[in-house]
Design a protein around this ligand. Sequence first.
Ligand SMILES: C[S@@+](CC[C@H](N)C(=O)[O-])C[C@H]1O[C@@H](n2cnc3c(N)ncnc32)[C@H](O)[C@@H]1O
Length: 259
Amino acid sequence: MAEYVWRHDLKGEAERLRLMSDLLDPPSRFHLSETGVGIGWRCLEIGAGNGSLSQWLAQRVGPTGHVIASDIRTDLMQGIAASNLEVRKFDVVNDEPSDAPYDLIAIRALLHHLPERRAVVSKVVRWLKPGGYLFVQEPDFYPTWTVEPLSQKRFWEQFIQWAAAHQIDYYVGRSIPAWLQAEGLIDISSEGHAILYNGGSPFAEWWDYGIREVADKLKAESGISQATLDEFYDLSRDPDYWTTTIAFTATTAQRRTGS
Ligand SMILES: C[S@@+](CC[C@H](N)C(=O)[O-])C[C@H]1O[C@@H](n2cnc3c(N)ncnc32)[C@H](O)[C@@H]1O
């Protein structure tokens, strides 16, 4: 198994995941609400990070429902708790859940990190109840193709190439709907949400954390120079600099009732 790059023990990772929750929970909740998730549902979140989305799901399903917030590392989930919320150490590549099937399985910002991403999709589809829903929200980095100045566009190209060498697929968001169709899921809906943000905003801060955590690796392995990184950090703090780097593709699909 490839090593997960943004490990929880990296300096700044808890804060990066907190920013990620703040930025992504509102659109994730919107799409999850569209499934009708509610009282009594049994849900599994995979790669839950700090568990913010599972905490929200636990409120939705009420005391008769059950939510499992699972991750290979559960150390950042100390902040979540509810009587119907279970925190579970779980490796989606190598483990099988003992209590499948579920009404809803949610995956956000995980598959792009997993070399086994396609096989994982096949696997999790089998853990859905007939009529159950799968929600997958993953990045697609096509907005980086438009980044200015040219030096920063080049930075993102090198970053994406470096990530690919670590078996991270930053374009996976666009593949998910076809994969779910091939798995026999129905009522597939998918949309990308590309955020325009300026320096100093929470989104810029999120990227600043993410890049600083891997800066040494980037310099050693990708040819990205300290000068390019310094320009990136400066722009990340510049309120007059607006850019767009990442779209999150949210895909929802349902298992056939008779399957
Ligand atoms: C980028 S974070 C996203 C966290 C959360 N889903 C969010 O969107 O805020 C990816 C998470 O996946 C977890 N992870 C990595 N490999 C995993 C695996 N094989 N099985 C389960 N979780 C995994 C990491 O520990 C990390 O918490």
